[in-house]
Design a protein around this ligand. Structure first.
Ligand SMILES: NC(=O)C1=CN([C@@H]2O[C@H](COP(=O)(O)OP(=O)(O)OC[C@H]3O[C@@H](n4cnc5c(N)ncnc54)[C@H](OP(=O)(O)O)[C@@H]3O)[C@@H](O)[C@H]2O)C=CC1
Ligand SMILES: CC(=O)N[C@@H](CCC(=O)OP(=O)(O)O)C(=O)O
Length: 351
């Protein structure tokens, strides 16, 4: 069966990446693409790298245009998917790449986003544990047959994947977590902002949302609670660096006293040894963002710093693939009963 697909926000970065991956997916046919200011333009006028979709024209983003598809991917500014959500047929699979349906706590939503709260959907990171420390279940089980999915924030999923195995296994103290991330500007979308000008970014590393203010903090805490943390606290600092895409997150946590290095490493090994897309690298090996570009992978390197009593987890992924569009399509595959890896690649582009 071929599933008819619509992509809303198709002129943006996340929409473009959805289309790039969907165009190589054997079970999906992109029938409709929508935008806002660019509505009326041929898709390739805005996304000139998507030549196989040259027959498509960007339409307005309305419930009527998006109706009648089996699957709708939303890659819209925050608040816009929430406004559209009520209009979709309950049988249509809707995957939202925005934040509108990620948070289960309305007070977190109000504190970090504000505006109307639209309620939470199933979280689109299949590899995360759910149900606490004693549970063998992963988020993938919750996605089977699902029709409403919230794809993750790219920084949030990088850090959650980095720390969840240690939390679940009880080998780290979830009240003392620290994450510092190098992130590329494509995470901020195509919108014009002075802070994103090449003249501001090239040749500089620019911290932002310092001091516990970043909107992905409640999303990370939510994912860690699902893995068994009771009241996780995390110091989270993103740093914008001059690479168009990619995230390199260095997360550290205090090791529970008396836990040896092999037991710490085993927590991550056991969590991900059967996962196709989330891979723990051999001891002494650490990922580079360049190794993940264009691939649906999250690569993780781990070291135990005995002197500091901390585990150091370095994770790399492509914010537009495993951080957004790839996660959305992987989750859609699961929801529809397709093999989870369909249309998704372990291989990136290099150099
Ligand atoms: N970039 C990333 O790495 C990640 C992005 N996301 C999320 O994905 C979503 C899209 O992000 P991204 O692609 O980066 O953003 P972009 O700014 O690149 O794209 C935004 C898209 O939304 C459309 N749009 C803008 N305003 C409106 C409106 N008022 N109504 C309907 N459509 C509108 C734009 O259309 P037009 O061009 O015609 O104006 C464009 O297609 C966001 O929610 C973002 O947070 C999530 C994880 C990572
Ligand atoms: C460079 C940059 O600004 N990156 C964005 C990543 C946004 C993202 O992951 O998307 P959502 O907004 O959907 O959560 C940020 O840190 O907020």
């Amino acid at each position: 069966m071929t599933f008819a697909v619509a992509v809303a926000g198709a002129s943006g970065y996340a929409g473009g990446e959805l289309l790039r991956i969907l165009s190589g997916h054997p079970d999906f046919e992109v029938r409709t693409v929508t935008a806002h200011q660019n509505a009326g333009q041929p898709l390739v006028a805005v996304q000139p790298h998507l030549r196989s979709l040259a027959h498509l024209t960007l339409q307005a983003t309305t419930p009527e245009v998006l109706a009648g598809h089996d699957v709708v991917f939303l890659a819209l500014p925050h608040g816009k998917s929430g406004e559209l959500a009520a209009a979709f047929d309950p049988e249509t699979l809707v995957v939202d790449c925005g934040a509108d349906h990620r948070l289960r706590s309305e007070s977190d939503w109000t504190a970090f986003y504000g505006g109307e709260y639209f309620g939470a959907w199933s979280y689109g990171v299949p590899e995360l544990f759910v149900g606490g420390s004693a549970s063998p279940l992963k988020q993938r089980e919750a996605l089977v047959g699902e029709r409403r999915i919230a794809a993750p924030g790219c920084n949030a999923s990088t850090v959650a994947l980095s720390l969840a195995p240690g939390v679940r296994a009880g080998v780290i103290d979830d009240r003392d977590l620290v994450a510092v991330l190098a992130v590329g500007p494509s995470g901020a979308g195509k919108t014009l902002k002075i802070t994103m000008l090449a003249s501001e970014i090239l040749g500089s590393a620019n911290p932002y949302a310092v001091g516990g203010t970043h909107r992905h903090i409640p999303e990370i805490r939510q994912a860690l609670r699902a893995a068994g943390a009771t009241a996780p606290t995390i110091s989270f600092t993103p740093v914008l660096v001059p690479m168009s895409r990619g995230i390199l997150a260095t997360s550290t946590a205090r090791i529970v006293p008396g836990t040896d290095a092999a037991t710490v490493r085993a927590a991550w090994h056991d969590a991900y040894s059967d996962e196709p897309f989330v891979q723990l690298l051999p001891e002494g090996d650490f990922p580079r963002t360049a190794d993940t570009l264009g691939a649906n992978t999250a690569l993780i390197g781990l070291a135990v710093d005995e002197a500091a009593g901390r585990v150091v987890v370095v994770a790399a992924l492509d914010n537009l693939v495993k951080g957004t569009a790839g996660a959305a399509i992987q989750s859609a595959n699961i929801a529809l009963g397709l093999p989870e890896t369909t249309g998704l690649s372990l291989n990136g582009v290099a150099p």
